[in-house]
Write a protein that binds this ligand. Structure first.
Ligand SMILES: [Zn+2]
Length: 251
């Protein structure tokens, strides 16, 4: 609770006590009887997305100067929470976003804040550090500076966000036609020791624990054709890419 000393109605001193009919202590004016309620503040934030990456800001302000987080800030009066998320993204990352929807709500009771985090697509791919940011950078999941993040609740949200994204990819792969699927499984079995396999396992990608899904499996000659034909649309960029293929030591 923020400590207050004087009534903002009449200027007299206030005392902390439980008002009649209430069950929590409040600051109550001894003179005019005004009760000064305090409630949690809403922080609106956005996960700005651009071509599979997300945009993070490095803070140019205290607290946690120099650490990374998503664009977020206190909601203003007379705006919607979507507007607040878009405004903060514009102010801190100079990026215009189309708010795609609410991603998650996180309470931080010990500081009486509620984080409402939205997903938003960056409209034109343009961004730059605003006054409260040292820099703004697009990251893949692997590139996110997880050890240098400013706010634990944002880390929680982002981990879940990437998990959800992988699950969506997995569902898409389930939809692949049967022939392609069999080929994918064959490659997975042919490359059981693939070094990039761990990423697939972690992501719960097809062939997962038992069969050993491998992103290099999609980089064979046939797979490149599938890729060109758009059959791997929606899969992570590294899936079937030349980098995954090169880093596979099992060939
Ligand atoms: Zn008063």
């Amino acid at each position: 609770m923020i400590e207050i000393n004087y009534c903002n109605q009449c200027g007299a001193g206030v005392e902390l006590r439980v008002p009649q009919g209430d069950n929590l202590p409040r600051y109550v004016c001894g003179e005019c009887g005004a009760i000064h309620y305090q409630n949690p503040k809403i922080v609106a934030g956005c996960i700005p997305e651009w071509q599979g990456r997300i945009l993070l800001c490095r803070r140019a302000i205290e607290p946690r100067y120099g650490l990374w987080t998503i664009p977020a800030g206190f909601m203003e009066n007379r705006e919607t929470v979507e507007q607040a998320a878009a405004r903060e993204t514009d102010e801190e990352a100079r990026a215009k976003v189309d708010i795609a929807g609410l991603y998650g709500v996180y309470s931080i009771p010990h500081i009486s804040q509620v984080y409402m985090i939205f997903r938003g697509e960056i409209v034109d791919g343009r961004f730059a550090p605003g006054a409260e940011s040292l820099e703004t950078v697009l990251f893949t999941e692997e590139e996110v500076p997880w050890e240098e993040m400013a706010i634990p609740v944002v880390v929680r949200g982002l981990k879940r966000y990437f998990e959800d994204r992988r699950r969506a990819v997995c569902e898409q792969l389930d939809d692949l036609e049967e022939g392609v699927r069999r080929k994918v499984v064959w490659w997975a079995e042919a490359h059981p020791k693939c070094t990039t396999r761990r990423r697939a396992l972690r992501g719960g990608l097809p062939g997962g624990a038992g069969r050993g899904g491998s992103p290099c499996l999609a980089a064979g000659r046939g797979a490149l054709r599938w890729r060109r034909a758009g059959r791997f649309a929606g899969l992570p960029r590294w899936w079937g890419g030349r980098r995954a293929w090169r880093s596979c030591r099992a060939r």
